[in-house]
Ligand binder design. Structure first.
Ligand SMILES: Nc1nc2c(c(=O)[nH]1)N[C@H]1C(S)=C(S)[C@@H](COP(=O)(O)O)O[C@H]1N2
Ligand SMILES: [Mo]
Length: 361
């Protein structure tokens, strides 16, 4: 690629969507390194940060296990550590692009971030506890609790809880106590959180204090009334299904929406693309509203569960005017982005190519 200046990040400040509880957005137009800079990883919380300290913290493992466990942080840290790089995206990321407007935090592009997580595989803890016959799901319980009026009303005070099917729980889920080599910060789940690679962020339960193995599908608030969608299955009407695996998606970081770009000059459009359990294999750019697409260059290696940054050398048109840029990702399972957001997805899984309108002057 010729020596074209890559437009530098401008404002590193987090975008405050809600101050209490904290809902903070990574300013996606500042995307630079593969790992989101410390303090810039988006924050999504439903309730206030629970007060936990490492000495008194315990992880209770129960339900359909051979031997219930009560683990300390030292117990976890004595087990073989694993480190993985994982991109988390909130299922409501890019919600501000939906028309008409829908309920929920109005995220732009920045409810997605990447970090290196260190901890103990959930499978190792389940193995230590042993599973009883009939074990089917693993419910992860957070220590945070409260009441909500939106998007639906909770039955009084509830905790943040979410379940995983046993096969996912036994595959690659991490009980993380460190983020980018440092202890978790309070906002990101100190002292221990789950990291569920390839799944939307809601599965990665923060402030983890309980693990319960069950033989029935979990039907808690954040599994049914919230963080679920209408899945079309066969000839029946759509069925309410908990959100799980991330869908393929590319986002443009630069130019930012509304940015002014020099007419007739080269500009390096750049961004990142991610998906669920497959690998990103292609990113395409359209500068004519989706009529034609050209392939972008992927600048990170193909790895599961982590975004790949990409760039595309664009020759901005002359004369001036407004141009709408689109990006579209395809993954190794053959999945590409849908052209439109469907009602079945409601206010989640917003993966149609997001229109980024820029001024060419
Ligand atoms: N205990 C608990 N875990 C939680 C949440 C929460 O509110 N409470 N929010 C979930 C959602 S919706 C997302 S997108 C991710 C966000 O993780 P982060 O704040 O570290 O970015 O945490 C998930 N885990
Ligand atoms: Mo989320």
């Amino acid at each position: 690629m010729p020596d074209t200046p890559v437009h530098a990040p401008v404002s590193p400040a987090m975008i405050v969507r809600q101050s209490s509880p904290a809902n903070l957005e990574f300013p996606f137009h500042t995307l630079s390194e593969r790992l989101t800079p410390p303090g810039q990883f988006y924050v999504r919380s439903h309730f206030p940060v629970p007060e936990l300290n490492a000495e008194e913290w315990r992880l209770e493992v129960g339900g359909l296990v051979g031997q219930p466990l009560c683990l300390t942080l030292a117990d976890l840290q004595a087990m073989t550590p694993h480190t993985v790089t994982v991109t988390l995206e909130c299922a409501g990321n890019s919600r501000s692009f939906l028309t008409p407007k829908v309920a929920g935090v109005a995220w732009d592009l920045g409810a997605v971030s990447t970090a290196e997580w260190t901890g103990v595989p959930l499978s190792a803890v389940l193995e230590r506890a042993g599973l009883q016959a009939g074990a089917r799901e693993v419910v992860l319980c957070g220590a945070d609790r409260g009441c909500l009026d939106e998007p639906a009303k909770t039955p009084g005070i509830i905790a943040y809880e979410r379940s995983l099917p046993l096969n996912k729980a036994q595959t690659d889920v991490l009980l993380a106590y460190a983020m980018n080599g440092e202890p978790l910060t309070p906002q990101h789940g100190y002292p221990v959180r789950a990291i569920v690679p390839g799944w939307y962020g809601m599965a990665s339960v923060k402030w983890l204090t309980g693990i319960c193995v069950t033989d029935t599908p979990f039907q808690g608030f954040f599994q049914t009334l919230d963080y679920s969608y209408w899945e079309s299955v066969g000839s029946l009407s759509p069925q309410m299904t908990p959100l799980s695996v991330m869908q393929a998606k590319a986002q443009i970081a630069r130019p930012a929406p509304g940015e002014t770009v020099a007419a007739g000059k080269p500009y390096v459009i750049m961004g990142a693309a991610w998906t669920g359990e497959a690998k990103i294999i292609r990113v395409e750019i359209s500068t004519d509203g989706g009529q034609t697409w050209a392939e972008a260059e992927l600048t990170d290696p193909a790895e599961a569960h982590v975004w790949r940054r990409w760039r595309y050398l664009w020759h901005a048109p002359d004369p001036s005017g407004t141009v709408t840029l689109l990006a579209r990702a395809t993954d190794s399972s053959g999945q590409t982005q849908p052209t439109k957001h469907t009602p079945e997805r409601g206010k989640y899984m917003i993966t149609f190519p997001l229109p980024i309108a820029v001024m060419v002057e």
